[in-house]
Design a protein around this ligand. Structure first.
Ligand SMILES: [Zn+2]
Length: 430
């Protein structure tokens, strides 16, 4: 080899003048010695270097942003500790920074179980720096003490970094929250955009709570609804207050106030000839008593009148006496019928255990066809019951009902027969 000086420098044990000499006698160095790094050398490596001090920033905000953009890559963050202002202008001219683990260590307190125990993250880290303002060059950084007394930590454990990132991405997260996107989905997107994101699910939940409170502006949920109804959409609405509900004041337990005002929602839907349903109205009601239903139905009647609609010919309801009575008062010209879905739902809940009981005595419950047999028996029973429901005249209904009772005359079925007779065959609901 003509010139091998460069190689000689890099690999001093390689004899470049004897490229093809027998390597069997060559004394190879022990690679394990080269690769073994003693712990003492790692401790000395600057794993948490201080931010560069050769840059100037036009504003304090930009300086802090750049500093923490740097520190987050090394698992620590700096926060402002105190500042000095210019005596004449009153503007900040010196800001002292410390590591966010630099505060006083507060040990875990467990003495009183009622007090939530918290261990402070602060470990009195000595790192210290100063940001100075110069009218010509702007803000510049000086390091006063560059050592830390702790290891780097995950960026998710630094509240100030999480806060900064949250502020930066707040608009994006807010837009998703308004669309009803769940927190874990929002986080998935944030992680796709930035694998190193420090935002935690808890941050999104907290933001959601803050937005919710801001939206309510001290009102209860129902009060807030009354505020936005006139502003959004063309709703015809009405309301009345039965009780004085105190507006929660700042500092009140928000959750508790929200719970007190939780009200059941009554949906009013229409049914098309093709079997579809459409919404007619929504009502939050104080209780399920006749007077409350009467108020709701009067409001509905007003809507029919305002829109010049003919009152409904038939209304289907579940077995709610209060609602049925209110309907008869407010819509006297309307037929009130029990909804067959509700009837069958309740009927099945009552009858199924009895059918199982009967069949268990004949077949084994371990029989793989047992459930099928129960289902077949239920279908027979339901078929006969539907014949009762679908009769055209009272006389016909009585006849088929007698047939039903005869078919299920066994004492075992007495409760289901009694239930159907008393609950669904009364003259006022049939
Ligand atoms: Zn530190």
């Amino acid at each position: 080899m003509a010139n091998s000086s460069g190689l000689d420098n890099l690999v001093p044990w390689y004899d470049s003048n004897n490229d093809f000499k027998d390597l069997s006698n060559f004394n190879m160095p022990d690679i394990s010695e080269i690769l073994t790094v003693t712990p003492a050398t790692t401790v000395k490596t600057p794993v948490m270097p201080p931010p560069p001090t050769d840059q100037q920033f036009p504003s304090l905000n930009e300086a802090m942003k750049a500093i923490n953009n740097f520190t987050r890559a090394y698992g620590y963050t700096l926060i402002s500790q105190r500042s000095k202002a210019d005596k004449e202008t009153g503007e900040k001219k010196t800001v002292y920074l410390r590591c966010d683990r630099g505060g006083k260590f507060i040990p875990k307190v467990n003495d009183d179980a009622r007090i939530k125990s918290r261990t402070s993250r602060c470990v009195e880290c000595p790192f210290s720096a100063v940001l100075d303002y110069n009218i010509v060059s702007g803000w510049g950084l000086r390091i006063r003490e560059l050592s830390h007394n702790h290891d780097p930590s995950l960026i998710t454990t630094h509240p100030s970094l999480r806060h900064d990132e949250l502020v930066k991405k707040q608009q994006q997260i807010e837009a998703q929250l308004y669309l009803g996107t769940p927190a874990h989905k929002i986080l998935e997107v944030l992680k796709k955009e930035d694998l190193e994101t420090s935002i935690k699910p808890q941050d999104i939940h907290n933001l959601c709570q803050i937005l919710h409170r801001k939206f309510l502006d001290g009102c209860t949920l129902i009060q807030a609804l009354l505020t936005i109804l006139p502003e959004e959409g063309k709703w015809i609405f009405n309301w009345r207050a039965d009780h004085h509900v105190p507006v929660p004041e700042a500092g009140d337990d928000f959750e508790e106030s929200a719970m007190i005002t939780a009200m059941p929602l009554l949906n009013i839907v229409g049914h098309t000839a093709t079997g579809g349903t459409f919404y007619i109205g929504f009502t939050f009601i104080q209780d399920e008593k006749q007077n409350t239903y009467k108020f709701v139905l009067n409001c509905l009647r007003d809507v029919y009148d305002k829109l010049n609609l003919v009152p409904p010919r038939t209304v289907l309801v579940d077995k709610d006496k209060a609602l049925i009575n209110a309907l008869k008062q407010v819509f006297p010209e309307t037929n009130v019928m029990l909804c067959i879905w509700h009837i069958n739902h309740n009927f099945l809940a009552k009858a199924r255990p009895m059918i199982r009981k009967e069949l268990v005595e004949i077949h084994s419950i371990d029989d793989p066809n047992f459930d099928k047999q129960v289902h077949e028996k239920w279908q027979q029973m339901q078929h006969l019951w539907m014949k009762v429901v679908n009769t055209a005249t009272i006389q016909e209904k009585n006849e088929i009902w007698r047939e039903f009772k005869q078919e299920y005359s066994d004492e075992l079925y007495q409760p289901v027969v009694d239930y159907l007779e008393s609950e669904w065959l009364e003259p006022d609901t049939a």
